[in-house]
Ligand binder design. Structure first.
Ligand code: MN
Length: 629
């Protein structure tokens, strides 16, 4: 109140940092509510699942069932019979088999899965990882030549090959058969391979389209070991590798992928294979604490770094390592690749920031400072679009393997879409990253006449164009970015549940925990906790804020990481709504609920929050069941 009387003090006014996006209204079907109740799952968690596509009692039961129940019959893969027959023949004939995997983490883990499965069948499997710089994506002619010179009559691809028409023809010309396993788009003219195992084939009847390349390889391993050895359960032990591929490819953690990552996490935690154990040890992570975030931020980047730095074969060897000694040695090589990848990224980012006129220490919120200003010197050949306030566009003489990472950092740091290109002679190959507010792939579609090729998603895309068309592209891109600019520039914050504060309890935390593991397609739910009263607020060390939130009759503890500002903008007695992640804190043997605060708004300032609070006030006498916004 004192503030109101002494006039506005902008720094102490509470304004939410995000545009809260409440979930679409949903009336939970009675049978779904009942199905949840039978499983001991509360109505709010069931509603979250329903919004994520779990809309029938059968799907809900499958979601909560033991993971093996969610795996599909591998015999439903297209060309399953052809693969089985050909591998069986290789086994009886004692043929060597080359397993060709893409050089990213999905390809590398998928390759390891098939190599291990073939070895289990007694087949001499030879891993082959192409060089990112010299061979690029797809089955390579160099691999075909290697197979020919080594007298290998059969190549199995992983995570790639669906577009390799010429290379498969080259193999056939040399008397080598190719079995393709892949999850990428199948073009109208598919390669004439001996088998094309890809759930995305138009004639495929496989029930799940979410598998990654490693997920397809895992399913093929289940097929081979199950049918040829009656030992499918042994194939399940490869789920840890499939999990890394799934997470690295940002495949949705729903459906069959949810089963795969649950099996994989069990294995990663309980008995990580030597290579994974060595990587975790290097990163200082104890196996029993591994979750999908660890997989995404510790394991996958180290494997990808190897591919970017030309050490992908070492990454494959690491995954296949059978002894700790070998694994520790290879993990050191990968760590070195990861470090040089990071140095290269820092230098490239420094170059790009200088050219773009971005000043100050280069770091995204919450991340370490990347370089000091004296490291920065202009690199010749860097071309940046002038400041527009709409996007950052720059290209230069940088390695192709690094520009995506740099664009990601620039986008995180500035909150604007970033396009970073690597010069390849007269061509620029560029990566685009953003927060999805400007749909990057659709924006590129509208520049199609200027581009040689392009593709991607809302928040990540890529393209290639002749250097001579760069300026025209920049001009077009900025016009498109301007027209689609949002009236409200704040980043959106998706809210999964909006509940009066009194309804947020430990049981809700437990229900939400049952929806784990969280990842792409199934993010950890955020709850808008409505109608709290601010008690004590204090700034905590490390730029955080701690707040005690009163509700009737008890209090909730809140912690707001990186939001020291709240110590100034929140005042005792303020009525607030909070978007938070629910966490459990164990203190003195007692488990209590804590709110990990993402954003705060004056209570009822969002119309949907006001609606929930009004409905509550109206029905204050009994506890209604479905007033969730
Ligand atoms: Mn893939």
């Amino acid at each position: 109140m004192l503030e109101a009387m002494t006039g506005p003090r902008p720094e102490s006014v509470l304004v939410p940092r995000h545009r809260w996006r409440f979930p679409e209204r949903l009336k939970l079907a009675p049978e779904l509510r009942e199905a949840g109740r039978r499983q001991g799952l509360g109505v709010f968690a069931s509603a979250v699942l329903a919004r994520r596509g779990v809309t029938t009692p059968e799907q809900l039961a499958a979601f909560l069932a033991p993971p093996v129940a969610g795996l599909n019959d591998p015999r439903r893969l297209p060309d399953a019979d052809l693969v089985l027959a050909r591998i069986d023949r290789a086994r009886t004939a004692g043929e060597r088999v080359m397993v060709f995997g893409d050089f990213d983490a999905d390809g590398l883990t998928g390759l390891s899965i098939l190599v291990l499965a073939l070895r289990r069948l007694g087949i001499d499997a030879r891993p082959y990882v192409p060089s990112r710089l010299e061979e690029g994506h797809g089955l390579s002619v160099a691999a075909v030549e290697t197979a020919a010179s080594e007298g290998i009559p059969l190549i199995v691809t992983v995570d790639t090959g669906s577009s390799s028409v010429a290379e498969v023809a080259a193999a056939t010309g040399r008397g080598i058969e190719v079995l393709i396993t892949d999850h990428h788009h199948v073009p109208d003219v598919a390669p004439a391979a001996a088998a094309l195992v890809n759930p995305h084939r138009v004639d495929a009847r496989y029930p799940d389209l979410g598998l990654s390349g490693a997920g397809v390889a895992f399913t093929v391993a289940r097929l081979l070991l199950g049918e040829l050895l009656a030992a499918e359960s042994e194939a399940l032990e490869l789920a840890d590798l499939a999990t890394i591929g799934t997470v690295s490819d940002v495949a949705p953690v729903l459906g069959e992928n949810r089963s795969i990552v649950r099996l994989g996490l069990e294995r990663l935690r309980a008995a990580p294979r030597p290579g994974i154990a060595a990587l975790l040890a290097r990163a200082g992570v104890t196996p029993d604490r591994v979750d999908l975030e660890t997989v995404g931020f510790v394991l996958a980047p180290r494997l990808n770094a190897a591919g970017r730095m030309g050490e992908a074969m070492d990454a494959a060897r690491l995954l296949l390592a059978t002894t700790e000694t070998e694994a520790v040695e290879l993990a050191a090589i990968l760590e070195a690749a990861n470090t040089s990848r990071r140095d290269l990224m820092r230098r490239t980012l420094a170059d790009a920031r200088l050219a773009l006129g971005l000043t100050g220490p280069g770091h995204a919120p919450g991340q370490e400072e990347l370089f000091s200003q004296d490291e920065v010197a202009a690199t010749p050949g860097v071309v940046a679009a002038p400041a527009s306030g709409l996007a950052h566009l720059v290209h230069g003489p940088w390695p192709v393997g690094i520009v995506g990472l740099v664009a990601g950092r620039l986008a995180d740091e500035t909150g604007l879409p970033a396009i970073v290109g690597a010069d390849l002679g007269d061509t620029v190959r560029a990566s685009c990253r953003g927060d999805g507010r400007l749909h990057l792939a659709e924006t590129l579609d509208r520049c199609e006449d200027l581009l040689d090729r392009h593709g991607g998603h809302a928040a990540a895309a890529g393209f290639e164009l002749p250097k001579a068309r760069w300026d025209a592209f920049v001009e077009r891109f900025l016009v498109l970015a301007e027209t689609s600019r949002q009236a409200d520039p704040r980043p959106p914050l998706p809210v999964d549940l909006a509940l009066p504060a009194a309804w947020v309890d430990y049981q809700l935390y437990r229900d939400i925990a049952r929806l784990a593991p969280f990842g792409a397609g199934n993010p950890e739910p955020l709850v808008a906790v409505l109608g709290l009263t601010v008690g004590r607020v204090r700034e905590a060390t490390g730029g955080h804020a701690q707040v005690v939130l009163r509700r009737d009759p008890d209090v909730l503890d809140g912690i707001a990481f990186g939001r020291a500002d709240l110590a100034t903008t929140l005042h005792e007695g303020d009525r607030v709504d909070i978007v938070a992640r629910l966490v459990s804190r164990v203190f003195g043997g007692l488990e209590t609920l804590q709110l990990e605060v993402r954003d705060v708004a004056p209570s009822g300032s969002h119309p949907r929050a006001a609606e929930v609070l009004a409905a509550l006030a109206e029905r204050a006498s009994q506890r209604p069941v479905a007033v969730t916004a």
